[in-house]
Design a protein around this ligand. Structure first.
Ligand SMILES: [Zn+2]
Length: 172
């Protein structure tokens, strides 16, 4: 999988919308500006609304059938168990970072199963693409000191907010 390089936001357009938004105070007295980004069902890759504990509407990953793991082609159960045993032995002096890193590499190499690269262990490709999208959104919003949150009125509406008092910090 390639990482998403396309930008999600037209950051100048969004910034202008925030500049024009009314300043209001939240419960804690913070001065905020908020604007509407879009409906989860139309802006996220999957277009689906779900919770970690209620995600039955997601398609399982085609590569790992939703388990999040695939068979490791060089995995060897015996060797893997040996490494795990070593791990337990060195647990008391875990500050030996080099040794721990070396053992971790060996453990992953011999492990009978490895993390599915398609869904990154999540078990659903849709969920993985959504996660990438949310991460990318956060990175882009960071540039203008803003963050996303779900509207309290409508669980499908994604809102963008920023501190009104911090506006000048991010002005170029
Ligand atoms: Zn998978």
């Amino acid at each position: 999988m390639t990482t998403r390089k396309n930008r999600i936001l037209d950051i100048n357009e969004l910034k202008e919308q925030l500049d024009n938004a009314d300043i209001y105070e939240d419960d804690e007295g913070n001065k905020l500006q908020t604007t509407y980004l879009g409906d989860i069902r139309s802006v996220t890759p999957s277009g689906k609304v779900y919770m970690p504990f209620a995600c039955g509407n997601l398609e399982p990953c085609p590569r790992c059938s939703g388990t999040g793991e695939i068979k490791n082609k060089h995995g060897k159960r015996k060797k893997h168990e040996k490494i795990l045993k070593k791990f337990r032995l060195i647990w008391q002096r875990i500050e030996n970072v080099e040794l721990v890193t070396k053992l971790q590499k060996q453990r992953d190499w011999w492990s009978p199963m490895s993390i599915c690269p398609e869904c990154d262990g999540i078990g659903s490709l849709e969920a993985r693409l959504d996660e990438d999208w949310w991460n990318q959104l956060e990175i882009e919003l960071d540039e203008i000191g803003a963050w996303s949150h779900i509207s309290e009125d409508d669980g499908c509406d994604i809102m963008i907010s920023r501190n009104a008092s911090g506006v000048n910090e991010y002005d170029n």
